[in-house]
Design a protein around this ligand. Structure first.
Ligand SMILES: *Cc1c(COP(=O)(O)O)cnc(C)c1O
Length: 399
């Protein structure tokens, strides 16, 4: 695998080559079938080759691929109307990725204060363990040294405090603070769920100090937690929200949602994107919503999530040397490993199950939302075999 490649060497890729997908399955070039509980890192929300998405994309491909935002794009208006109808938001800006959705969120928050005659308010408070993307602004927001190193001075205006630390947060709020930015459930950080109480405190502080509350639901949004958006379980609403990943089901699509008031500074000419809201992306985004908003769909997510929770809890009981803790909400699950998480990931992959690494020695299970209870049990059986393997290795080593 250390062979020379014409690609940038930015990824440590697993030596797997997939040719096609069917629902929750990925099929390698040699025909091996893998149960895909990585789902392109929470992107393939409806699995692979979902017939409704395939036909929506094909139909649009035969009409028009790209228009630019010089003209009205009916698919954008339709998708934005549907997203605002089911959320706190009044306005939507479409992007191609999560990082761009965050860039728009950050710019929207800064412009809000600028438009109110307070341009000095441009600082954004974020939380340790956060991940908001890989652009220069979003690595500053994420604050992780490993992503910032070597890329020149960190973009100004981002301050980080420990996760769930209200005292440190209050300390960090100043005359220059514009907004607080948080993932309701940290993904890359290790499936760390922010408590409802903490998020409610953030809302109260934002109201008290005239700050905007920004939720990054790029990973936890679009049904992943069993609610359409994670904020729905908190009893509060943000002012701005970044969405991506699951909304495109595999087509590059993101969105920045905001209340009318929060978006007030984003007037003509302040922001733009060549591809954002492209007709192909809109066709797929609308098709994803057709399925996710269908009656009973989110209930199905919650039912299957329960199968996972119970199965993982029993594996934790049986393999305490391998599994330390099970975390998460809905189908955004984390297994905190007692062994190096890379070993657990490899053992699981040897059982032909795909998962995703994360911080805090956690591996993430992000199964497609269409996963059935039977498929969940199949995945659990594979994790069980992987845990048995690791346990026997451990016992041999200590014997
Ligand atoms: C993946 C992710 C991003 C970045 O999205 P990209 O599409 O890779 O730019 C931002 N925030 C969170 C929470 C994510 O999981």
């Amino acid at each position: 695998m250390a062979e020379a490649t014409p690609l940038f060497d930015t990824y440590a890729r697993a030596p797997l080559r997939f040719e096609r997908g069917e629902g929750v399955w990925l099929i390698a070039e040699d025909g091996t079938r893998y149960l895909d509980f990585a789902a392109g890192v929470a992107v393939n929300s409806l699995g692979h080759a979902h017939p409704h998405l395939v036909s929506a994309l094909k139909d649009q491909a035969e009409k028009v691929w790209h228009l630019s935002n010089l003209y009205e794009v009916p698919g954008q208006e339709k998708l934005a109307a549907r997203m605002t109808a089911v959320t706190f938001a009044d306005k939507v800006f479409f992007t191609n990725s999560g990082a761009e959705a965050l860039e728009c969120a950050i710019k929207t928050a800064r412009r809000y204060h600028f438009a109110k005659g307070q341009p000095e308010k441009f600082h954004i408070i974020t939380f340790e363990g956060a991940f908001h993307g890989r652009t220069l602004a979003t690595i500053a927001a994420g604050g992780q040294a490993k992503y910032l190193e070597g890329f020149g001075p960190k973009a100004p205006g981002f301050y980080q405090v420990p996760f769930e630390d209200i005292a440190a947060l209050k300390e960090a709020i100043s005359e220059e603070t514009a907004a607080i930015l948080i993932e309701p459930i940290q993904g890359e950080g290790g499936i760390r769920v922010a408590s409802k109480e903490f998020l409610q405190e953030l809302r109260a502080l934002c109201d008290e100090y005239g700050l905007l509350l920004i939720f990054d639901e790029v990973q936890c949004g679009i049904g992943r937690t069993g609610k359409l958006f994670a904020y729905e379980a908190t009893g509060i609403t943000p002012d701005i929200m970044a969405v991506a990943k699951g909304i495109g089901g595999g087509f590059p699509l993101g969105a920045c949602l905001a209340t009318q008031e929060a978006a007030a500074g984003m007037v003509a000419g302040t922001h733009g994107s060549t591809y954002g809201g492209n007709p192909l992306a809109m066709a797929v985004g609308n098709a994803v919503l057709d399925v996710v908003l269908e009656e009973g769909f989110l209930e199905h997510v919650r039912d299957v999530a329960l199968v996972f929770r119970q199965g993982l809890a029993s594996l934790q009981d049986r393999f305490p040397d391998v599994i330390e803790e099970v975390r998460g909400e809905g189908l955004m699950l984390g297994i905190k490993a007692k062994v190096p998480s890379g070993d657990l990931l490899k053992a699981i992959r040897a059982e032909k199950l795909l998962a995703v690494p994360a911080g805090e020695n956690v591996i993430r299970l992000l199964p497609p939302l269409i996963t059935t209870s039977a498929e969940a049990r199949e995945g659990l059986a594979r994790i069980e075999r992987a845990a048995e393997q690791l346990t026997s290795i451990k016992h041999k080593a200590s014997a």
